[in-house]
Write a protein that binds this ligand. Sequence first.
Ligand SMILES: O=C(O)C(=O)C[C@]1(C(=O)O)C=C[C@@H](O)C=C1
Length: 294
Amino acid sequence: MADEKDNLDDLRQQVDDVDARLQKLLMERASIVERIAGHKGKGPVTRPGREAQVLRRIVERHSGSFPLRGMLRIWREIISSSSLIQGHFDVAYFCGDVGPILRSITRDHYGTLAGLIPCGSAAQVLQHVSESPHVIGVLPFPQLEEQDSWWQALARSGSDVPKIIARLPFGSMASGEDKVEALAISRVKPEASGEDTSFLVVETHEQISRSGLRDLLQKAGLEVLSLRSYLESGGSTLSLLEVEGFVTEADKAFDALNALEDSRIGQCWFLGAAAVPLTANAIEKKPAGKGKQK
Ligand SMILES: O=C(O)C(=O)C[C@]1(C(=O)O)C=C[C@@H](O)C=C1
């Protein structure tokens, strides 16, 4: 029931006023972003760690009836448009088995204006990203027992080797598609967001059980969250590990692994890191829908 004090025209006028203020604030935000761009030089413009911090703050502050998922979606558009103010970037995504879903996850995350490059294979995505610092790649999250997965191509050294920089969807936005996850790769250096997981590849020369490998890594101070293994033709095994925290080659855990001097362990590579996405729980616990909030 409408409140008798409220006059419809007045209320619409108030909405118009709020819209004008919002737009003015977004234009002000854009001019600040232009100044941020001046600090970045010619390098890549996106900073996934910072983006995660911005979105987490949106969740913390949120209250009232405006749906949080919608709010996050708006902010993804703001952030992506703000990246494009600073410089062009394209997103190459793998349109294999889960192609249509990966496309919509990519579009949700990188916004309406990002140029999307559909790729028929993960190798093509990797090639686009390797060739340009202005291309981000989106690839399916590695599955448990895949024999041929794209992450093996990142297990090498070199400054032009792409790194994992983000995990999508970050805001668990498109309902029904949440179960499909993807990883974004780029030549941007991964940056910590304060709540991250990292991806490492460890080579092992002899048969070693999953739990044995987990124990060894724990000795080096690494908390393994998940592990995927791949047997190479030469007989050694490559294992992709997702570990707790932001752990780069510069981390003491890498030295600790070498210091173990365990002959079963070979090389170890840092593949990148990603901000831990918002859980559906964190989003749903925020009120949405009709009714006044405290
Ligand atoms: O903080 C920055 O570096 C920005 O460029 C601003 C901003 C944003 O809109 O908040 C935009 C793009 C980056 O990926 C991260 C954040």
